[in-house]
Design a protein around this ligand. Structure first.
Ligand SMILES: *Cc1c(COP(=O)(O)O)cnc(C)c1O
Length: 361
C-alpha cells in the first residue's frame, strides 16, 4: 500500500484498506459464482444475503429497536431534505428546525415547500461556529417534529448531547453516524448518506420508527413514500447494490474493531490530538467554539490565507491530502472519520508543529 496517502477528505471519505481489498476481489468474482458483485441480480440469493447482512449488522451495532425499519435509499442525503417533510408534514402543519450550518439551511429551504417551518435557533450570524444548548431554543407546541444536524461537516461543530423533546426527533447524521453510541429509541427518524462514515456514495440509510410510516399524504409519489421501501425491504426497485455491499463490509470491519464503543474512544483520542495542537498555540485557530467541537471534522485557520494555501500545498506533498476547508469558510479542515488512521493524525500534528516553526506569521 505504498502509494496510498492519508486522506482527510470530508466526503466521500477514506475507507478501511481491508474493505477496499475485499471489494476489489468481489467486484470481479463474488463468492466463486464467476459473476462480479455489481453484475448480479439484486434478487439473487447471493445479493439478498448481502443486503440482509448489512441490515442485521447495522441493527446489531447501533442496537436499533425492532419497531424501527432500516431503508437503503438513493438520491443522497439531500433527498431526505424534501422526503421528510413530504412524508411527515401534512398540509398546513408545522415543524421546527435548528439552523446550525449549510446542511440544515438546505433542509429548511426544502421543508418550506411543504409546511410552516419554525427556525428555533440559528448560529448563522456567528458563521455557524456553535450548536445550541437546550435552554437556547423552544419548540412550538403545534410542531410535528424537531429537526437537527448532529454533526456539521463544514463548520466542524457537533451536538455532544441531543435535544430533549417530546416531539418526534429527526436527525441528519450523515457525517457522524456510527462514530459514537446513541440511543436510537429517542429518535423518530435518523438518516445518513453513506459516503462520509459508512461506505461509498450512492446509498442513504434511513432508520424510521414504524408508526411514522402511516403519516404520508395520499398523493405522494410511490418512490418518494417511505412505506413503499419499508414494505419491500428496500427491494421495491433495484437498490444501490454496490454501496449496500460496501457498507456491509465496513460494518464487519467496525465490529472487528470492537464496535461503536471502541471506535468512539478512538475518535475521542484522535480528535484530542489535533485539538491539543490547535490549543497549544496562537498560530492555529479552531473555527468551532470549544463546547461545540466536532470529533469528525476539525476546521481551523492559520494567521492568513497565504499561509493557509502554503500549508495545504506542502501538506499534500508529504502525503497529507484533502485538508482544504470548504469554500464557504475557507481555511483548513481535517476530516477524521472512523476509518481514518490514528497514525495519520499524529503525522498531521507533527507537520503542523514544523510548519509553524518554519513559517512565522
Ligand atoms: C454531505 C452531507 C449531506 C449531503 O449529502 P449528499 O449525499 O451529497 O446529498 C447532508 N448532510 C450532511 C450533514 C452532510 O455532511
Amino acid at each position: 500500500m505504498v502509494d496510498r496517502v492519508y486522506n482527510f477528505s470530508p466526503g466521500p471519505g477514506t475507507l478501511p484498506v481491508e474493505v477496499l481489498q475485499q471489494a476489489s476481489k468481489d467486484v470481479l468474482n463474488f463468492k466463486e459464482t464467476g459473476i462480479g458483485l455489481i453484475e448480479m441480480s439484486h434478487r439473487s440469493k447471493e445479493f439478498m444475503a448481502v443486503a440482509d447482512t448489512t441490515e442485521s449488522m447495522l441493527r446489531e451495532l447501533m442496537e436499533i429497536p425492532d419497531n424501527y425499519k432500516v431503508l437503503f435509499l438513493q438520491g443522497g442525503a439531500s433527498s431526505q431534505f424534501f422526503m421528510i417533510p413530504m412524508n411527515l408534514l401534512g398540509d398546513g402543519k408545522k415543524a421546527t428546525y435548528l439552523n446550525t450550518g449549510t446542511w440544515s439551511k438546505k433542509a429548511i429551504k426544502e421543508a418550506r415547500l411543504f409546511g410552516d417551518i419554525e427556525v428555533a435557533f440559528s448560529s448563522e450570524e456567528q458563521t455557524f461556529n456553535r450548536v445550541p444548548t437546550q435552554d437556547e431554543y423552544s419548540v412550538d407546541s403545534a410542531s410535528e417534529y424537531l429537526y437537527f444536524v448532529s454533526n456539521n461537516t463544514i463548520y466542524g461543530t457537533q451536538f455532544s448531547s441531543f435535544p430533549e423533546t417530546d416531539k418526534v426527533l429527526i436527525s441528519d447524521m450523515s457525517s457522524d453516524i456510527l462514530s459514537r453510541k446513541i440511543d436510537v429509541s429517542k429518535f423518530g427518524l435518523i438518516f445518513a448518506g453513506a459516503q462520509k462514515n459508512m461506505g461509498p456514495a450512492g446509498v442513504t440509510i434511513v432508520i424510521i420508527r414504524e408508526d411514522l410510516l402511516d403519516k404520508t399524504p395520499k398523493n405522494t409519489p410511490t418512490m418518494l413514500t417511505y412505506k413503499t421501501h419499508a414494505d419491500k425491504g428496500s427491494m421495491f426497485n433495484t437498490p444501490p447494490c454496490f454501496p449496500i455491499y460496501v457498507v456491509g463490509e465496513v460494518l464487519k470491519w467496525l465490529k472487528k474493531k470492537g464496535g461503536i464503543e471502541a471506535i468512539e474512544q478512538i475518535n475521542i483520542e484522535k480528535a484530542g490530538l489535533l485539538y491539543d495542537c490547535i490549543d497549544g498555540t496562537e498560530y492555529y485557530r479552531g473555527h468551532a467554539e470549544k463546547a461545540s467541537r466536532s470529533l469528525m471534522n476539525i476546521s481551523f485557520n492559520l494567521p492568513n490565507a497565504d499561509l493557509e494555501a502554503k500549508f495545504i500545498a506542502e501538506a499534500t506533498e508529504v502525503g497529507l491530502n484533502g485538508l482544504k476547508g470548504h469554500r464557504s469558510i475557507g481555511g483548513c479542515r481535517a476530516s477524521i472519520y472512523n476509518a481514518f488512521p490514528r497514525e495519520g493524525v499524529v503525522k498531521l500534528v507533527e507537520f503542523m508543529k514544523k510548519f509553524e516553526a518554519d513559517n512565522p506569521a
